[in-house]
Design a protein around this ligand. Structure first.
Ligand SMILES: CC(C)(COP(=O)(O)OP(=O)(O)OC[C@H]1O[C@@H](n2cnc3c(N)ncnc32)[C@H](O)[C@@H]1OP(=O)(O)O)[C@@H](O)C(=O)NCCC(=O)NCCS
Length: 206
């Protein structure tokens, strides 16, 4: 672990990520990189360059990719890992984590989340504010679980899927790779085909 943390992405999501990093109290300094030159500071933290500058800080900093779009986050995080940069995992101090839970690198677990026993969270995931993941969940790489989502026991969410704010997923439901689930959706059956799903219970959106 280094003294400095560099967060890539100074947007709203980046601010929440930085807030978590500050509260973890592990880094002496925290700064952003962002490709939007008009952003000089965010939440009082300085933007010290663009995404490509990350590689010049390779030996002096830890890194976190704070980009909400799953495939963009995946591309960038994989590049950082391939180039040997140290990507960290961020967990808000209020999070409750059960026994036998695994959390991959580059994942952020936000305030008020509960993750119950024997769940597996992949790399580069966003487990957003006040969501709950019950026992034996499998959340594959680069998934976003939005604020207030409730996943019952033994739910599986496939790589790169996005579960919208306030959605509810019944126990034993599998959601395949590449799905987008709309705000407030209820899932009681497996989703086996990538696409956008909305409603109660969910239907595929054209
Ligand atoms: C599902 C979603 C991605 C669709 O976005 P979109 O393709 O831009 O859809 P539109 O806003 O054009 O809406 C198209 C239609 O779908 C309906 N619709 C959209 N989202 C819906 C939802 N969550 N539940 C039910 N119906 C929905 C709209 O009412 C509209 O219906 P109409 O054609 O009868 O007027 C989006 O609405 C959504 O729910 N996003 C989740 C946001 C979220 O969770 N944010 C948290 C970030 S941390």
């Amino acid at each position: 672990m280094k003294d400095k943390l560099i967060i890539i992405g100074a947007s709203g999501h980046g601010k929440v990520v930085a807030d978590i990093a500050i509260k973890m109290n592990k880094w002496q300094s925290i700064a952003f990189l962002d490709d939007d030159e008009s952003i000089k500071t965010s939440m009082g933290l300085v933007v010290i360059g663009k995404t490509a500058d990350a590689f010049t800080y390779k030996d002096n900093a830890d890194f976190f990719v704070a980009i909400g779009t799953n495939d963009t986050r995946e591309r960038l995080q994989e590049k950082l890992i391939d180039e040997g940069l140290n990507v960290v995992t961020l967990i808000h101090p209020s999070v409750i984590i059960g026994i036998d839970v695994e959390i991959g690198i580059g994942t952020v677990i936000m305030a008020g989340v509960v993750i119950n026993s024997s769940s597996r969270i992949g790399k580069g995931c966003i487990i957003n504010t006040s969501s709950s993941l019950d026992h034996d969940n499998i959340i594959e790489d680069y998934v976003h679980i939005s604020p207030g989502v409730n996943l019952a026991g033994t739910v599986k969410v496939g790589k790169g899927s996005w579960i919208g704010i306030g959605s509810t997923v019944s126990n034993n439901v599998n959601i395949c790779n590449g799905c987008k689930v709309g705000a407030g959706a209820v899932l009681v059956k497996d989703i086996t085909e990538p696409g956008t799903y909305v409603g109660v219970p969910v239907r595929k959106k054209d």
